[in-house]
Design a protein around this ligand. Structure first.
Ligand SMILES: Nc1ncnc2c1ncn2[C@@H]1O[C@H](COP(=O)(O)OP(=O)(O)OP(=O)(O)O)[C@@H](O)[C@H]1O
Length: 274
């Protein structure tokens, strides 16, 4: 850990009370992220990726250990982008982005100077006065990106932001995110995804999480300099390495399926775990 770390996760243990009792979901996680870094969290469904974002954002405070975004200046410490754009349907594109400024106490006199440039950056110039139902899903997610970037927060938390989009739209938004990132070199990103190629294209580091109770299984550095071309063969190599690592953590079941090793051990009992 260094004083430059923007995000600090240390000895993190998290569980939930359910009707079956207390279930540990994350059992000891350590990760630090510095300003300017882009880190993807990849792992099996239910391993706790969204829960990590919830703890970092302060939405969930019921855990032991550390999960914090360190602030060095007053103002908003993070922005959040979700899988669904979560726009207000009765507000226009411009008003949806303005709403983030209003909600965080930015004076109305600054709104136009901040909102119009960010709408241009995400490719929505000319659509300022459209309502969400008048634009495509991809454009709605561009609006969500604009709403997040307009806040100028040092940290961006992103929870599968492109997984609800068709592949061509998702690809153009990944490209957009790479561009936005290159314009803001000090922002730290935590990006949850199931898509290993997406993780490879966007990230500096990919954190592979094991299944519940989860820990960090491996951290893969993506040593491909920015700006990146989508078709760079080195990204395919990283993607293959990630896929191999995930597959190797899975075991075959009797019916020909594949499950994550830890899950198999849990289902099959102590014999299978050996
Ligand atoms: N409020 C809650 N009460 C009980 N269990 C919960 C609660 N929230 C999450 N969980 C459980 O914690 C585990 C982790 O959930 P989380 O949504 O963080 O996983 P995830 O890795 O993001 O999954 P996915 O990839 O499917 O989105 C899951 O098993 C989930 O059912």
């Amino acid at each position: 850990m260094s004083t430059d770390d923007r995000i600090v996760i240390k000895n993190l243990v998290k569980g939930f009370h359910t009707r079956h009792g207390f279930t540990t979901v994350i059992d000891g996680m350590d990760l630090t992220i510095a300003d300017g870094e882009f880190v993807a969290l990849v792992g099996p469904s239910g391993c706790g990726k969204s829960t990590v974002l919830n703890m970092l954002s302060g939405l969930d405070t019921d855990f032991t250990g550390t999960a914090e975004i360190r602030s060095r200046a007053p103002g908003v410490h993070f922005s959040y982008v979700f899988q669904e754009p979560r726009l207000l349907p009765w507000k226009t594109v411009r008003q949806n982005v303005e709403f983030a400024l209003k909600a965080t106490g930015v004076d109305r006199s600054q709104w136009a100077d901040r909102v119009l440039p960010v709408l241009r950056r995400v490719g929505l110039a000319g659509f300022e006065n459209h309502y969400p139902h008048q634009i495509s899903g991809g454009m709605q997610q561009r609006t969500a990106l604009a709403r997040a970037f307009v806040l100028d927060a040092p940290v961006m938390l992103m929870d599968e932001p492109f997984s609800g989009l068709d592949e061509f739209t998702a690809r153009s938004l990944r490209q957009l995110l790479l561009e936005l990132r290159s314009q803001e070199e000090s922002k730290a990103f935590v990006f949850v995804t199931h898509n290993v190629f997406e993780a490879a294209v966007l990230s500096d580091r990919v954190v592979l999480m094991s299944n519940r109770p989860s820990t960090i299984r491996r951290v893969v550095e993506v040593e491909v300099p920015l700006p990146r071309s989508y078709d760079d063969p080195r990204l395919f190599d990283v993607s293959r390495e990630l896929t191999h690592e995930i597959i190797s953590s899975m075991v075959s079941t009797d019916d020909g399926g594949l499950v994550v090793g830890e899950e198999h051990a849990r289902l099959a009992g102590p014999q299978a775990a050996r």
